[in-house]
Structure formats: C-alpha cells, structure tokens
Design a protein around this ligand. Structure first.
Ligand SMILES: CC(C)(COP(=O)(O)OP(=O)(O)OC[C@H]1O[C@@H](n2cnc3c(N)ncnc32)[C@H](O)[C@@H]1OP(=O)(O)O)[C@@H](O)C(=O)NCCC(=O)NCCS
Length: 328
C-alpha cells in the first residue's frame, strides 16, 4: 500500500503591529478597568494596527519570516492558504495580496473559519501535501479585528487584538520536523449567531442608512461562547491525547481565547498549566492568528522538544473547531 505523505513544519513566523493598547488605555474610552480585564480574561495588553497598516501587511510579514526560517524563497511556494475574517477587502482574498507582496506565483486563497482559521488552513495544506498536489505551502492566520470593534462596547472591545502568524508546511520526509500525525475539524452552524459581524455581507448590504448602523461591528454573546469554549477545548485536548502518554507531551498550544476558559478546560482534564502555552496577556484574542503566534513563540522559547508531542486546539465563530497532534 502507498504510504500517505504526512506534512511537517519547516518554519514559522509572526508579525505584530507596533501600536500597544493597554487595559488602562481602554479604561480611558470605556467603562472598564485593568483589574476587571486582567482578572476576567488574563489580558494585560494587545496590539492594534495603526493607520495605514492592513491585515495583509501583517500576513506578509509573518509569511516572510516563516519562509526565511524554512530556508525557502517565495518562488518555491506551491500554495498560500490564509485563515482570516478581517481581510483588507470583502474580496479578493488576503492570500492573493500576500502572494503579490512576496513575489510568489503559486495559487492562493483564504479560508473563513474565524478563530479556527489557521487550523483549517493547515488541514487544507496538509491534505494538498498528502495528495501530492503541493510540496511547499505557506499557511497564515492573520487578523486586524480592531477595525471591526465597537470601541464603546466593553463586552467585546477588551478582548480582541491584531496580529499574524505563519508556518511553512512541507512533506515530513523533507523537513523532518513537526510531523502532523492527526487532525480534526468540526462545525455547528446552530451557533451561527453567537459571534458575528453582520454588515458588509450581502444580507446586511450597504445603503445610505447603513453607514450610521452599529451592525458594522463584531457582535459577541460572550457568556454563551464561554460555556461552549470550555467544553470544546477540553474535548479537543482529550481527542488529541488519545493513546498518548502525558509524559510524552511537551506542549499544548490552545487558541488564546480567555485565560479563564483555558483554566476551566484544564480543570476538567485535571491538568495544570505547566505544558500549556499562554501568551494572551500580551496579545489578547487574535482569532486566526492566535495559535500560530503562540506556536512560534513556544518554538522560540524552546518549549517544543524533539520527539515529544505537541497539541494545537482552536474554536470560534461558526461555530467551528479543530485540533492537531504533532510530533516535534
Ligand atoms: C466576554 C467575557 C470576557 C465576559 O466575561 P464574563 O466573566 O463572562 O462577564 P459577564 O459578561 O458575565 O459580565 C459580568 C459583569 O461584568 C460586567 N462587565 C462586562 N464587561 C466588562 C468590562 N470590560 N469591564 C468591567 N465590567 C464588565 C458586566 O456588565 C456584568 O455586570 P453585571 O453583573 O452587573 O451585569 C467572557 O464571557 C469571554 O471571554 N467570553 C468568550 C470570548 C469570546 O467569545 N471570544 C471570541 C470567540 S473565540
């Protein structure tokens, strides 16, 4: 029988906006305070794009670094897949803009799976590699969600941050690192209304009145999402860890949704945080960018040990979710 070609991680990269927004900065514009935000979410600061910087600029920066770390050039790429819900335009895709910025000539498209965007893009990439359709794939999670926030809504404005993270996937036989052993994706469209951005699509289309509508902003039913997220994160980690000895795990890299949600999931698993990568205090929830940013930082911090397992989990609007088990 032909062996299925698994994918591995040849290189990673990140790009974050320079503009730092602290909890105290937010307290100047909304009725909130540093203590509440830190205690309820773990977030201390986040980055928001400055004027003139777009989602595709962050994606390009992260992609460039991932390519350099993989020892590849843009012309080596066979495919670019971008996970995002805050692209520069409704269409065309961020991926096509990135392709142009990098000087690549390969095919390029976006996937829309909100906070699960990067893991969805990874699965598209790894199945292309398994099918022999691509060898070098650039996968990016990128967001400029600050541009979609109602900065007067304390329920959502405090949570989200901007940034991008990227990984170059290659056949594992070539890169010999970060083999993706198993992956899952899922969705439950009955939760469609829990996190949404109504305006800009074709059901809430623009007319002269729409410009004063608050439907331009992200709508979040935080408490409902909270319950879903704790349950789903625990379930996904359990799925990824099936048959794996906890001793052989080096790092869990979860979507940085809310520190309390991560702790709630770990409580359910009866785990502590030792092997869990958490950087939400610095970046907030960067949606599709959160897992690849945390992944890159975990790698830079030396948390990924050769031969040990790494688990990635994410979930978000849709509702969508995904997980991967890798061996580093
Ligand atoms: C949004 C979220 C941080 C709110 O935290 P919470 O602990 O659930 O807080 P609640 O909404 O229950 O509000 C508790 C109280 O704090 C108040 N509050 C809400 N936001 C506040 C803020 N930024 N500052 C101060 N007080 C705030 C509420 O008005 C409420 O007051 P009340 O009890 O007098 O009514 C939390 O629900 C969350 O992280 N949800 C998931 C995030 C998410 O959806 N991410 C995107 C998808 S991955």
């Amino acid at each position: 029988m032909t062996k299925i070609q698994t994918a591995g991680i040849a290189g990673t990269g990140i790009c974050l906006p320079d503009q730092l927004i602290t909890n105290d900065d937010l307290a100047q514009i909304i009725d909130t305070n540093d203590e509440w935000i830190t205690k309820r979410t773990g977030i201390r600061e986040r980055r928001w794009v400055e004027d003139g910087v777009n989602c595709s600029d962050l994606a390009t920066g992260a992609g460039r670094q991932a390519l350099a770390n993989a020892g590849l050039k843009a012309e080596d790429l066979d495919l670019i897949v971008v996970g995002t819900i805050s692209g520069d335009l409704v269409f065309p895709s961020v991926a096509c803009q990135v392709q142009h910025n990098l000087g690549a000539t390969c095919s390029a498209f976006d996937v829309s799976a909100a906070c699960t965007g990067f893991l969805t893009a990874m699965q598209v990439a790894s199945t292309h590699i398994a099918a022999g359709l691509a060898k070098n794939v650039l996968v990016i999670g990128t967001e400029a969600l600050s541009r979609m926030l109602d900065k007067t809504d304390r329920g959502s404005a405090i949570i989200f941050g901007d940034g991008a993270g990227a990984a170059v996937l290659q056949p594992f036989d070539i890169c010999k690192r970060g083999e993706i052993l198993r992956s899952t994706l899922g969705a439950d469209g009955s939760g469609h209304g829990l996190i949404a951005m109504p305006m800009g699509g074709t059901s809430h289309f623009h007319n002269m009145d729409s410009y004063v509508s608050d439907e331009h902003f992200i709508k979040l039913k935080g408490r409902e999402v909270y319950r879903f997220a704790v349950h789903k994160m625990a379930e996904l980690i359990r799925w990824a860890m099936e048959g794996i000895d906890e001793e052989d795990l080096c790092c869990v890299i979860p979507h940085q949704v809310n520190q309390r949600i991560i702790e709630g999931a770990l409580d359910r698993l009866d785990w502590n945080q030792d092997k869990v990568m958490i950087n939400i205090q610095r970046y907030g929830n960067t949606s599709a960018a959160s897992v690849p940013i945390a992944f890159h930082e975990a790698l830079e911090e030396g948390r990924l040990q050769e031969g040990k397992y790494v688990v990635l989990v994410a979930f978000g609007a849709g509702l969508t979710w995904g997980a991967n088990l890798l061996r580093w």
